[in-house]
Design a binder for this molecule. Structure first.
Ligand code: UT7
Length: 334
C-alpha cells in the first residue's frame, strides 16, 4: 500500500473585534507601553467581550471560513480536534459544541488539552488519523479565550494574553507534502511554574478561590522563559537535523507567540534570519493554542508549495515540541 501523508489544504481564522491596547492596560495595572513592548513585544490584543460567548464561538468562525475556503460541506468532515485550555464548559467538549454549530453529522470530535502546545499536539494527532487511511477530512482547531482566565489586576500576566482561533484542514495525499515529522515532549515537573490553582478536581471552586483570583493563570515567568527558549531551540534543531534541513532549506519557522524575546532567542539559537520567522505577537499577544495557526492565517499569501516550515511551541505541563511541514499549495485560498 502506498504511504499516506496528511497535507494541510487550507486555513481559517478569527480574532474578535475589540482591541485592548497598552494604554488601556496601563489604566488597569501599574505598567506602561515601553515596559510591555521591550519585555514582551505586545502592543495590542483582541478580546471577546460579548457576554455569553466562549471559545467555541471563535472556533466556529474560524472553522466556517476554513470549510468555505476548502470547498468542504458539513457531511464531508470525519473528525474535529480542538486544542484549548479555555473550553466553553468543563463538559461537554468544545469540539462537540462546534460540531453542532457547524452542522457536522458524520464527524466525531474531541478536545485536546496541552495548553500552549495544544495545536502542535492536535496537528500530529489529526495527521495520524489521516495516515491511518480511514479519515479523509480532519479539522484541527487551536482556540482560546485567554481573557476568561486572565487576572486583570496582575501586571505580570495581563499584558501577555489575548483571544483568538484558527484551524487547518488535513486531507490525505500520496505525494511528499504535509506533516512530515514531529517531535513532541511532556514533562509534568513543570506544574508548579505554570498552572491555574483552582477549578479542577484538586481544588474545586469556592468563595475563597474566587476571592483570591485562583481561577486565573499563575506563572513564574523567568523560569518558564528559560525552559521555553532551551526546549523549543533543542527540538527545532533536532527535527531540522534528522530531516536534513539547514538554515537555507528552512523556509519558515512558526514559533509560539508568547514573548518576542523568546522568539528572538530561538531564532538566534537556530542561526535563522528574522525574515524567516513568523511573528504577529505585537497585534494579538499570546492566544495560547491559537498562535501557530493564526500565524499561518496571517502569512498564508506568502507561502509557496514545497516550503519547509517548522512549527514549535512550549506551554504549561510542561509541554513542547516541533513539527516539520512541507506546505502543499501556493498563496491564499480566499
Ligand atoms: O505561553 C506559555 C508559556 N509562557 C511563556 O513563555 C512566558 C515566559 N515568560 C515571560 O514571557 C516573561 O518572564 C514575562 C513577560 C512573564 C516577565 O518578563 P521578565 O522580564 O521575566 O520580568 P520579571 O518577571 O523578571 O520581572 C522584572 C521586573 C520585576 O520588578 P523588580 O522585582 O525587578 O523590581 C517585576 O515586578 O518587572 C516587573 N514587572 C513589571 N513592570 C512593569 C512585571 N510585570 C510588569 C509590568 N510592567 N507589566
Amino acid at each position: 500500500m502506498e504511504k499516506i501523508n496528511a497535507v494541510i489544504t487550507g486555513v481559517g481564522g478569527y480574532v474578535p473585534d475589540y482591541i485592548l491596547n497598552n494604554e488601556e492596560i496601563s489604566k488597569m495595572v501599574d505598567t506602561n507601553d515601553e515596559w510591555i513592548m521591550t519585555r514582551i513585544g505586545v502592543s495590542e490584543r483582541r478580546i471577546l467581550n460579548e457576554e455569553g460567548l466562549g471559545t467555541s464561538y471563535m472556533a466556529r468562525k474560524a472553522a466556517k471560513q476554513l470549510m468555505q475556503r476548502t470547498g468542504s460541506s458539513p457531511d464531508d468532515i470525519d473528525l474535529v480536534i480542538v486544542g484549548t485550555t479555555t473550553p466553553d464548559y468543563t463538559f461537554p467538549s468544545t469540539a462537540s459544541i462546534l460540531c453542532d454549530k457547524l452542522g457536522l453529522k458524520n464527524a466525531f470530535a474531541f478536545d485536546l488539552s496541552a495548553a500552549c502546545s495544544g495545536f502542535l499536539y492536535a496537528l500530529e494527532t489529526g495527521a495520524s488519523y489521516i495516515r491511518s487511511g480511514r479519515y479523509k477530512k480532519v479539522i484541527v482547531v487551536g482556540a482560546d479565550k485567554m481573557s476568561s482566565i486572565t487576572n486583570y489586576t496582575d501586571r505580570a500576566t495581563c499584558p501577555i494574553f489575548g483571544d483568538g482561533a484558527a484551524a487547518f484542514m488535513l486531507e490525505p495525499t500520496t505525494e511528499e507534502f504535509g506533516v512530515m515529522d514531529s517531535l513532541l515532549r511532556t514533562d509534568g515537573k513543570g506544574l508548579p511554574f505554570l498552572h491555574m490553582k483552582a477549578g479542577g478536581s484538586v481544588c474545586p471552586p469556592s468563595y475563597f478561590t474566587v476571592d483570591n483570583h485562583m481561577h486565573s493563570i499563575y506563572q513564574e515567568g523567568r523560569t518558564v522563559f528559560k525552559y521555553a527558549v532551551s526546549n523549543m531551540s533543542n527540538v527545532c534543531a533536532e527535527i531540522a537535523e534528522r530531516n536534513g534541513l539547514d538554515k537555507d532549506s528552512i523556509t519558515w519557522v512558526v514559533p509560539h507567540q508568547a514573548n518576542m524575546r523568546i522568539i528572538d532567542a530561538v531564532a538566534h539559537r537556530l542561526d535563522l534570519p528574522v525574515d524567516k520567522v513568523m511573528v504577529n505577537i505585537n497585534r494579538y499577544g499570546n492566544t495560547s493554542a491559537a498562535t501557530l495557526p493564526l500565524c499561518i492565517w496571517d502569512f498564508e499569501s506568502k507561502l509557496k508549495k514545497g516550503d519547509n516550515i517548522i512549527f514549535t511551541a512550549f506551554g504549561a505541563g510542561f509541554t513542547w515540541g516541533a513539527i516539520y511541514v512541507k506546505w502543499g499549495y501556493d498563496g491564499s485560498k480566499q
